[in-house]
Design a protein around this ligand. Structure first.
Ligand SMILES: Nc1nc2c(ncn2[C@@H]2O[C@H](COP(=O)(O)OP(=O)(O)OP(=O)(O)O)[C@@H](O)[C@H]2O)c(=O)[nH]1
Ligand SMILES: [Mg+2]
Length: 300
């Protein structure tokens, strides 16, 4: 499952602009590439015919009511867009308003869950009764003005709160990121777009920040047919990496060859890196490091 990020913001703050800037196309659900300069270098040394960056799934919701925000309960992080271009808004105030909307949506979510569970609890099931009691206390905690994130103890596992998710905000405008410009650049060929930019795109920095916030690492597969970047949660193992590539590869996993991306680039190819002693053979439990290039040996 690809990582998912939800775009939220007040009306006309530039959510659709951000979506288009990230995904290169209009829409409400799409994929955004995670820029990584290492990928191109790897692709060059192995003469890759295709280069595929890692990607995150992006979802935009139009509006801030509990129902719409509820669509974001399964995303991994929230990206807030704030109007800094029209001159009619105060971005910091809008951020507070939006956080309040998220709190309201979570209160609503807890209340609905409580209603459902309270009904079930009448049957006398001890586990359900306990959840109903927990939810009642949680609702009282929220109504006393406390945040869900400050709840001491474990949250009922069935809850999918918004306010506990990592949240990054973007000011859309001259003091932040000019999303209108970024959206236009995203539709141009890369070389043309680069001429308009000084250095890395501001959006690339946002995506990288997102990756850091979620504590993800990147590993690579570097083949002539396709050279790709993939993300994993830090601490994941070789078998997790194999499963990210394909479930069949995880199932038939034998061993994997591992070489550091910069060793591979410096050596000038897989065979050269192996000859120079930079390649290791690892098993299923090997913990993947950021920048590892993997070649999984498997049988089907
Ligand atoms: N000048 C300028 N206008 C912008 C910028 N970003 C968005 N706009 C304009 O603001 C309006 C709203 O932008 P959208 O991206 O559609 O905003 P949204 O948050 O998706 O709006 P809703 O989905 O309707 O809530 C559009 O008319 C955009 O052209 C910007 O960076 N600069
Ligand atoms: Mg929109």
């Amino acid at each position: 499952m690809a990582l998912e990020v939800g775009i939220v913001g007040l009306q006309s703050s530039g959510k659709s602009m951000l979506f288009a800037a990230l995904t290169g196309a209009p829409g409400e659900v799409g994929m955004a590439a995670i820029p990584d300069p290492r990928l191109q270098q790897l692709a060059e040394v192995v003469h890759a015919r295709k280069v595929t960056p890692a990607a995150v799934r992006v979802v935009e919701v139009r509006g801030t009511g509990p129902e719409l925000l509820g669509k974001l309960r399964q995303v991994d992080a929230l990206l807030v867009v704030l109007d800094g271009f029209s001159g009619t808004r105060v971005p910091d105030d809008d951020l507070e308003t939006l956080k309040l909307e998220l709190l309201v949506a979570d209160r609503d979510h807890v209340e609905r869950r409580l209603e459902r569970v309270a009904k079930q609890a009448k049957s006398g099931d001890a586990k359900v009764k306990r959840e109903a009691e927990d939810l009642e206390r949680l609702l009282a905690h929220l109504d006393a003005g406390h945040a869900l994130a400050d709840w001491e103890g474990e949250l009922p596992p069935e809850l999918e709160p918004l306010t506990t998710k990592p949240l990054l905000s973007i000011v859309n405008g001259p003091d932040g990121i000019d999303l209108q410009l970024e959206a236009e650049l995203a539709e141009m060929p890369e070389e043309e777009a680069a001429e308009f930019r000084s250095g890395e795109s501001a959006l690339a920095a946002v995506v990288r920040q997102l990756v850091e916030t979620l504590d993800l690492i990147t590993f690579f597969t570097a083949g002539e047919k396709d050279t790709r970047a993939w993300t994993l949660h830090r601490g994941s193992t070789a078998i997790d990496a194999a499963g990210t590539i394909h479930s069949d590869i995880a199932r038939g996993f034998i061993r994997c060859e591992v070489v550091r991306w910069d060793d591979l680039v410096a050596a000038g190819g897989h065979a050269e890196a192996a000859r120079a002693g930079h390649q290791r053979l690892e098993g299923k439990t090997y913990v993947i490091e950021d920048g590892d290039v993997l070649n999984v040996r498997f049988n089907v």
